[in-house]
Design a protein around this ligand. Structure first.
Ligand code: ADP
Ligand code: MG
Length: 376
């Protein structure tokens, strides 16, 4: 049964049913605070911890606002990675399950144009995509954004950083100034807030104040370990406490591939995901990981933003991340939607000076533990 708090949001019956099918009984705090604002048409910057349902927070108002009789793009969601765009589109499709005339098109690179063009020609009202491919379609004349009235940047801090900003700005210029704009992320820096003023009108900042930036349900531990012992250390931890499913992070693509090879040599079902792989393989790996055919997914920071795989019981930071916000996003792949998880960080011999900064960004105590191989 749909709880009172969801009923109070006064959603249309089709969307209430879809929410019920998704198994949501009560809205999360960010959903409860943001959905009414977005339904009224306000611009919103939404910040809440990882795994707290930000997708539905912007997604429910998005689908409420679509006029399914009109066959042109009315809402646009931009995301930093293909996998995340697909995941968001999936959730939006689930939300529009009882409004079959709404078409959600996913536009991302590395995939053929056929399906994307078909969906656009059929009159897709909702567009979810990565900036590169969205621009591609604009230039080809296959995507018109002049009637977009709702725009979302998911993982907003990433979308507005130097890497993406120029592309995002080009896209924004194609949308009407009168549009409603929403930004969502687990981490929203002051810079982002300042930049975002340029695109938003009287934006309401909704921050779900958590005690800490990282979720409490994630048990955070660190091990001091010499670089050459990291693989053995990892193997011993896995043996002691076998993960249901785990994501492992490294700073570089080469590092990711090397770790996958070592793990496979030890008989572990590991695969990598990063930007140098073909889209076909990326998709296959993601599906196999979601289905549990692969237990270990090794990734770079960029590749893993926003991914929601509830079964992820462990995150391993094989290297300390380059920038500290990445730590929040990395460990946010576990302990999602109220589940528990374990986040392990390896502090190598060259990294101990970064530990204080890590403790600070985590906002809570990372517990020091000793690897079995150093125990005596
Ligand atoms: P975020 O973007 O905040 O990291 P997601 O939108 O990916 O989080 O959602 C995390 C998980 O929580 C998803 O599996 C989603 O289906 C689930 N979820 C979202 N809203 C609710 C809710 N109200 N009740 C229960 N589960 C929810
Ligand atoms: Mg998200």
């Amino acid at each position: 049964m749909l709880g009172e708090a969801f009923k109070r949001l006064d959603l249309s019956p089709e969307i209430e049913s879809a929410v019920l099918d998704l198994g949501f009984e009560t809205p999360t705090e960010i959903q409860e605070r943001v959905i009414p604002l977005l339904l009224e048409g306000a611009d919103v910057i939404g910040q809440a911890q990882t795994g707290t349902g930000k997708t539905a927070a912007f997604g429910i108002p998005l689908v409420e606002g679509i006029d399914e009789e009109k066959r042109y793009p009315q809402a646009l969601v931009l995301a930093p990675t293909r996998e995340l765009a697909m995941q968001i589109a999936e959730q939006l499709r689930a939300l529009t399950r009882y409004i079959p005339r709404i078409i959600v098109v996913t536009l991302y690179g590395g995939a053929g144009y056929g399906r994307q063009l078909d969906d656009l020609q059929e009159g897709a009202q909702v567009v979810v995509g990565t900036p590169g491919r969205v621009i591609d379609h604009i230039q080809r004349g296959t995507l018109k954004l002049d009637r977009i009235d709702y725009l979302v940047l998911d993982e907003a801090d990433r979308m507005l950083d130097m890497g993406f900003l120029p592309d995002v700005e080009r896209i924004l210029r194609r949308t009407p100034r009168s549009r409603q704009t929403a930004l969502f992320s687990a981490t929203v820096s002051t810079v982002i807030r300042i930049i975002s003023r340029r695109y938003m009108r009287n934006a309401k900042l909704v921050q779900v104040k958590a005690q800490h930036a990282t979720v409490e349900e994630a048990d955070q531990v660190y091990y001091e370990v010499a670089d050459r012992d990291k693989v053995d250390g990892l193997l011993s931890l896995i043996q002691r406490d076998p993960p249901e499913r785990a994501m492992l992070f490294r700073r570089t693509k080469i590092g990711v591939d090397k770790l996958v090879s070592s793990m496979r040599r030890h008989g572990l079902a590991a695969e990598s995901i990063h930007g140098d792989m073909s889209q076909q393989i990326r998709e296959r790996v993601m599906n196999q990981f979601r289905e549990g055919k692969i237990t270990y997914l090794v990734a770079t920071d960029v590749a893993a933003r926003g991914l929601d795989i509830p079964e992820v019981s462990h995150v391993f930071n094989f290297d300390i991340p380059e920038d500290m916000d990445s730590y929040v996003h990395r460990i946010g792949r576990t302990a999602r939607a109220g589940r528990t998880g374990t986040a392990v960080t390896f502090v190598g011999e060259w990294d101990s000076d970064k530990l204080p900064a890590l403790q600070k960004v985590a906002g809570q105590r990372l517990q020091r533990q000793v690897l079995p191989l150093y125990e005596r």
